[in-house]
Design a protein around this ligand. Sequence first.
Ligand code: DUC
Ligand code: ZN
Ligand code: ZN
Length: 462
Amino acid sequence: MGLDLILRDGQVTLGDACVRADVGVEGEKIAVVARPGSLPGGTQTLDLDGRFVVPGGVDPHVHAATTLGEFTTRDDFEACTRAAAWGGTTTIVDFAIPQPRDGARPLATARERMAAARREAVIDVAFHACLVKGDSASLAEVPQLAREGLTTVKVFTIYRDLVMLGLDEVHACMHEVAAAGGLVLVHAESPHIVEPLRARFAAEGRTDARHHALSRPVEAEVDMVRSVLELFRLTGCPGYFVHVTVPEAVTAIVHARLEGAAVWAETCPQYVFLDDSCYAAEDGELYICSPPIRPRAVADRLWEMVRQGAVQVWGSDHCCYDTAQKFRHRGDFTRAPNGLPGVELRAPLLFSEGVMTGLMSVPRFAALTATNPAKLNGLFPRKGVIAPGADADLAVYDPGWEVTVTAPRLHMATDYTPFEGRRLRGWPRMVFSRGRLLVDGERFDGTAGTGQVLAAGPPIPL
Ligand code: DUC
Ligand code: ZN
Ligand code: ZN
């Protein structure tokens, strides 16, 4: 065995366990996991002194260089993937959202974005296709998308005139995706609840950031999750709901799964570690995202469900707008760009608040941030696991490293962070992408184009 690198004596996440071990890397792959000290000397060896070794993060919910309506996020694939790597993430799954006004179709959009990622990315990138129209020409592209490595298809049930599908179109999409062996991701909010509230608040001149949240109540999410679950049941299509924020929605998904549906739930740090008091603050527009950030009691119950395993996927929903964009129409939530920068802090926030507080095991952290997203999005076992044959994508967390989050300390292409001032314990000190040390303490060694565009295979049910 010609090992190129040995990570010696880490606490290594191996499936459900975390054990002291050495990890041997050959080229871009993990070659062996062995008892500490049992691998041959003479190779470059990094001593980990019991630091935690987890699979490199797989962020399944990233919007780099994305235009939605008036606004385009500030980052390209290089900036986004650099920031991801700093935060222990070694694969992002981005969205190929066609611009309906250009008449663009899913396949052409996907090919364009894959080409951009190939030129720019520092870590590996996969893509979800998006259906933003339910016409037969778009639906007919689903099998070819799957053949070209886009086995997951995202649909929005909201954002009329931009990307929204009606439930009849969601139904048709599930039918096609199931036949192609793929999986459907759903942004679930009910337009028949949100749109009248928005219109009423706008007519009454109540357009401050607090009314953004009030216009998208928990009922809008629960209602749509329940309706879409019926379609999942009916079609047998596997799928998951992105950015679930409401415990009742998670419960409905768990029950549907118990009854045989192949359905799961993703949530994001902002829905657990922030609460809706942010909208009452002077800079409330900075926190506008959809679904909105919920009251503390809701967030606390969601956090409990994450810890208990009722939520399987931890995504960021990274949308890298800056303050100038968030404030361009200050005081009018109906015109604000929706979304928060988050790719860099996704995993470190969970490590600090979950693992370092003793509320979450390291294997559950690894499942949420890497293994489960890799499985559901067709990237496993190449990604999301520490095992021979997998890509040597690894993050070494140092429990002794404390970081106070400030926007300038971070690497995302924006000037603010929703988590300003938060003290995080434990931080990814070393990050390897396919065997290459990208992040080493405060040093970064990665260039545009070293990332690969991944072809996803069939989703693997959890
Ligand atoms: N929600 C956001 O907050 N941003 C991007 C798209 C979305 O669904
Ligand atoms: Zn969404
Ligand atoms: Zn999103």
